[in-house]
Design a binder for this molecule. Structure first.
Ligand code: AHR
Length: 513
């Protein structure tokens, strides 16, 4: 009997916690290709819940360190991860936003209803000047989304004039009266948001025609050409992309947006941010990996019309969307952020890096206190989420040269369903330093990877890892450092190559010098 138990235990060994799997990876350093645009690492701040109000923008009586009402600890944290661009004012809010409500003396600005997000009062104290001041403090490029859904062409035209014109005009006079002499020269310009849904419930054909009109009157002023981004499809609405590519001349758009959220369960009941089992974790990762298929298929359509890849795919909303935290306003989309979120972020960024020939920009939804946030705040407290730490480790890929790679790796199986356990991207920076980011999604198995590195010579390898005992582990205001980067010693040089042991549920970023 004892013998049989032992035999059974031996058979189970590969499935036990800490069991090992193997993979081989080939990285080609001889074929440096495109640049991974730093704008893939962009963020999104909507007038939604506590992202702007009580996130970036605090009360005028707050004793927190602040510039005007902008919270400076938030600014410092975001500067550390080199945030390259910030999208604003929405989201769904953008297609209800009338920019003139948010300029001039604050006490005279209208108080309105934010109908999309909880019907709360929008006091317009955070408007154009405040957003652009925030961008300047962050050292980041503004990405403004104009109102095509409920705004007029004249309104969009005048907003661009107010922002970007340097000569004499009614809008530049108004800007000066409001305290700003020089134009801001905003480049990234969204022409509507989700116009198939909250942005006007339009058909693709109708939107394409509207885009042409609004984009025509969004002027390029001297020294301030716009990079116009058309409101693109939701997830796998390939027809939307096809119609835009067919109907809009390529020189009229810099990019087409794409929105895809990771949904653990269903849209009606998305699942909890903190209490979920392995089945739900697996489903979340499957929904995340769908991004690979979406980017590939939308790119194939774009390639047919634009083989030179002049038009960018701009994934300007992505991330995991769960149920709100119990007891919080359902319209505020406040959710916790776990080790699962770190794996969602790292996997998605690997996908974008590996498609950097077409994906030139992306924006995680959203920066503070909303959806897959980088930062959560509570009064004076601020915590950095597992997702924040991924962006911190991955910043090494910004504007680096992408290195092509091939993975022959194991699968991660739950209930007979399978997905690739491993995803990786690699780049070489301007100093010749190679960075490899590896993600092991498997909740039970370590993966040992033998790499063949072609044309990459290095003397040392160092690394950092983000991992946790459970995919549900979170950073809380009581315990803010449960999930954070630590030194990684699982990589060693073997001859000219590299052997890496990647722990289960982990994100590892290696530096080869
Ligand atoms: O990010 C939250 C919302 O999700 C955005 O406002 C909208 O564009 C999308 O549906």
């Amino acid at each position: 009997m004892k013998k049989r138990v032992k035999l059974f235990a031996l058979l189970l060994l590969p499935f036990a916690a800490g069991a090992q799997k193997t993979a081989s990876v080939y990285i080609n350093g001889n074929e440096p290709k495109q640049t991974i645009s730093r704008h893939i690492y962009g963020h999104f701040s909507e007038h939604l819940g506590r992202c702007i109000y009580d996130g970036f923008w605090v009360s005028d009586t707050s004793t927190l360190p602040r510039k005007d009402r902008i919270r400076l600890d938030v600014v410092e944290a975001l500067k550390k991860i080199n945030i390259p661009n910030l999208r604003w004012p929405g989201g769904c809010f953008a297609d209800e936003y009338h920019w003139r409500d948010g300029i001039g003396a604050r006490n005279l600005r209208p108080k309105l209803i934010n109908t999309h997000w909880g019907n709360v009062t929008e006091d317009n104290s955070f408007g154009t000047h405040e957003f652009l001041e925030l961008c300047s403090l962050l050292g980041t490029e503004p990405y403004i989304c104009g109102n095509l859904g409920s705004g007029t062409i004249e309104e969009m035209n005048k907003w661009v004039e107010y922002l970007n014109f340097d000569g004499l005009s009614p809008m530049t006079e108004l800007r000066k009266q409001n305290g700003r002499v020089a134009p801001w020269k905003v480049q990234y310009w969204g022409v509507g948001n989700e116009n198939w849904g909250c942005g006007g419930s339009m058909t693709a054909d109708f939107y394409a025609d509207q885009y042409r009109r609004y984009a025509t009157f969004s002027k390029n002023y001297p020294g301030a050409p716009l990079k116009k981004i058309a409101g693109g499809p939701s997830s796998d609405d390939y027809n939307w992309t096809e119609v835009l590519m067919k109907k809009v001349p390529l020189n009229m758009m810099w990019g087409i947006s794409l929105h895809h959220y990771t949904i653990p369960k269903t849209w009606a009941d998305k699942g909890s941010a903190t209490a979920f089992d392995e089945k739900e974790y697996f489903a979340s990762m499957r929904s995340t990996l769908k991004m690979e298929e979406l980017v590939t298929k939308h790119s194939i359509i774009m390639d047919r019309y634009d083989p030179a890849k002049k038009v960018a795919l701009v994934v300007d909303e992505w991330g995991i969307w769960t149920n709100v935290e119990p007891g919080t306003n359902p319209g505020f989309l406040y959710q916790q952020n776990s080790m699962r979120d770190a794996l969602v972020a790292a996997t998605t960024l690997n996908i974008f890096n590996n498609h950097c020939d077409r994906v030139k920009m992306a924006n995680l939804a959203q920066t503070i206190n909303v959806l897959q946030a980088l930062i959560l705040t509570k009064g004076h407290q601020l915590l950095l989420t597992p997702t924040y730490h991924v962006f911190d480790l991955y910043k090494v890929h910004q504007d680096a040269t992408w290195l092509p790679l091939q993975i022959n790796g194991p699968e991660y199986a739950v209930d007979g369903q399978k997905l690739p356990a491993l995803n990786i991207s690699a780049s070489k920076d301007s100093n010749g330093v190679v960075h490899i980011s590896l993600v092991n999604l498997d909740a039970n198995n370590t993966i040992t990877i033998k790499t063949a590195l072609n044309g990459i010579s290095f003397k040392t390898v160092t690394g950092q890892a983000i991992t946790a005992a459970k995919f549900t582990d979170v950073n809380s205001f009581e315990k803010p450092d449960v999930v954070k980067p630590t030194a990684f010693n699982g990589a060693k040089k073997e001859g000219d190559n590299l052997v890496v042991t990647v722990p289960k549920l982990s994100v590892v970023v290696l530096e080869l010098k």
